[in-house]
Design a protein around this ligand. Structure first.
Ligand SMILES: Cc1cc2nc3c(=O)[nH]c(=O)nc-3n(C[C@H](O)[C@H](O)[C@H](O)COP(=O)(O)OP(=O)(O)OC[C@H]3O[C@@H](n4cnc5c(N)ncnc54)[C@H](O)[C@@H]3O)c2cc1C
Length: 291
């Protein structure tokens, strides 16, 4: 199966990319690494004769620490994020998501912006971005805006982005001390496989009272979009940081926060059971890191 012919634009600035997007509207597709777009074009799932590549825009590939946050450009690749010292040191769960996405070849091309804009409920980087409370940076010719990642996903393949907008990056607040985070993905094989379930947790605790001050838990592959396990998060706030609490959080996430479906990768019952197990495990690991 051959790729259909298309006109390729390679702007070198965000401004030029936005002008092109405005000119071509819904007839043009944005492309970063192309690991989703080119596959879908080849399979004739999507159609376009105009592609606007974002890869020549240098600032979109940067990872910068600035004050109390880290800004990740939309075109930073999985390989680049995995190697970045600030991501390794401060955002271990995100590093783990990037390490687990696809194969070496895919990780060298696949970008974090592309992963989020593709908006698969099973995508690897989204739960990690959600637990670190990332803000999504968006631009159009009309200006800039930011939206919390928890409100960015609207359905499978659907995001908050309007047709003339480009996702330019993510702002991640640097996690406070006495906090930790962890990500686990469960697939049928170890790599290049769509997740059956994926879970990320963040936890901040008070070493004096040994209680949990704050937590964020994100679940993938169990709803139309990645979701926060809000009931489990609320339940453990102020509770002692210990195994019983993590177990209860897992049970709440399993019973109250998710409603998975059956598909060829796994049954709803299996997914739900795994949410309980992985939520508990990620919280336990986050706590060990926080200590
Ligand atoms: C063999 C294989 C294995 C894979 N394994 C995994 C896996 O384990 N986990 C996983 O999560 N994914 C996996 N994927 C899917 C894919 O690699 C990821 O979703 C990847 O992160 C997409 O990034 P990209 O830069 O290639 O996106 P692209 O294909 O370039 O774009 C994806 C979508 O986002 C839009 N887009 C891209 N950048 C922007 C932007 N800055 N602003 C607005 N819209 C934009 C495009 O128009 C398109 O709709 C796999 C794919 C393949 C082919």
């Amino acid at each position: 199966m051959l790729l259909p012919e298309f006109e390729l634009h390679e702007p070198v600035s965000i401004e030029d990319a936005l002008k092109l997007k405005k000119k071509h509207g819904k007839d043009a597709r944005l492309m970063a690494g192309g690991t989703d777009v080119l596959v879908l074009l080849k399979k004739k799932v999507i159609f376009t004769d105009t592609i606007i590549s974002l890869l020549q825009i240098k600032e979109l590939s940067q990872i910068k620490e600035s004050g109390n946050e880290v800004v990740i450009g939309a075109c930073a690749t999985m390989a680049q994020l995995s190697k970045s010292s600030v991501i390794k040191e401060k955002f271990g769960a995100l590093k783990s998501s990037c390490d687990n996405l696809g194969s070496h070849l895919i990780r060298n091309r696949a970008t974090i912006g592309g992963n989020c804009c593709n908006a698969s409920p099973a995508g690897d980087t989204m739960p990690s971005l959600m637990i670190y409370d990332a803000k999504v940076m968006i631009e159009s010719t009309d200006g800039k805006r930011e939206v919390s990642i928890k409100n960015f996903f609207k359905g499978p393949g659907v995001t908050d982005l309007a047709i003339h907008e480009i996702l330019t990056g993510f702002k991640l607040p640097i996690p406070p001390k006495n906090s930790g985070a962890h990500y686990i993905q469960l697939g049928k094989r170890r790599s290049s496989e769509i997740n059956v379930v994926n879970v990320g947790s963040f936890l901040e605790y008070d070493p004096d009272t040994k209680t949990i001050i704050n937590s964020r838990i994100a679940l993938g592959s169990v709803a139309a979009t990645p979701i926060r396990a809000q009931k489990a998060e609320e339940l453990i706030k102020g509770k002692p940081a210990k195994e019983d609490t993590f177990y209860t959080a897992g049970e709440t996430a399993r019973k109250e926060d998710c409603k998975p479906i059956d598909d060829f990768r796994g049954s709803a019952a299996y997914r739900q059971a795994m949410i309980g197990v992985l939520t508990k495990r990620t919280l336990q690991a986050s706590f060990e890191q926080a200590q």
